[in-house]
Design a protein around this ligand. Structure first.
Ligand code: GAR
Length: 204
């Protein structure tokens, strides 16, 4: 059987990308990361990809005439690499409905909050500000809305009185590193069944 092919979009540090690389390697999963694309040329994630022998490239918004041509360049690179699933791993741009509709149920995102709470930027800061006692992270399919697609996996963590933004974000990140690679694995095994808003995980 041929390996399933994923493409990963990143913007920065790339610790979630690393978690996927590590899980594929450690569990010898039949998955190839065919390409890593960053919208920032300095993203440390690009270095992580190259060190793992994964083709990696920057596609910069400022090099493109408009958002549509930026997204076309990303789409072309993903299709050129034979990608079947697009993983947003700390990709800090909102993809247009046009782009998303070209990848039905084939884009997943990690978000550092228990959706539908705290969509958008700085979800950890929003959670602290709000005063919730439980925070967490979500892997979901991407639809045309913001952080609104069907939920695949979630993990909760406690929020402590003495938490700072950094301590809470770090506690959430540990869980991101388990659920994002796990969701990729479940997808690769064909175990994610989407019905309306609900994602059923088929038994192995
Ligand atoms: C992660 O916390 C991820 O959940 C968040 O950015 C960070 C990227 O870290 N993504 C979003 O906020 C998307 N809305 P990483 O580059 O080390 O994986």
């Amino acid at each position: 059987m041929t390996n399933r092919k994923i493409g990963v979009l990143v913007s920065g540090r790339g610790s979630n990308l690393q978690a996927i690389i590590d899980k594929i390697r450690d569990e010898k999963l039949p998955i190839d990361i065919s390409i890593v694309i960053s919208d920032s040329p300095e993203a440390f994630a690009l270095k992580r990809a190259r060190e793992a022998g994964i083709p990696a490239m920057g596609i910069l918004r400022q090099d493109c005439a408009d958002k549509a041509s930026f997204e076309t360049a990303i789409d072309d690179a993903l299709r050129g690499a034979g990608v079947e699933l697009v993983v947003l791993a700390g990709f800090m741009r909102i993809l247009s409905a046009d782009f998303v509709n070209k990848w039905p149920q084939s884009i997943i995102n990690i978000h550092p909050a228990l959706l539908p709470a705290f969509k958008g930027l700085d979800a950890q800061g929003q959670a602290l500000q709000y005063g919730v006692k439980i925070a967490g992270c979500t892997v979901h399919f991407v639809d045309a809305g913001m952080d609104s697609g069907p939920i695949i996996l979630q993990k909760a963590v406690p929020v402590f009185d003495e938490d700072t933004h950094d301590t809470l974000a770090a506690r959430i990140l540990v869980q991101e590193h388990t659920i994002l690679p796990e969701a990729v694995k479940l997808w690769s095994e064909g175990r994610l069944e989407v019905k309306g808003r609900k994602v059923r995980i088929r038994k192995a």
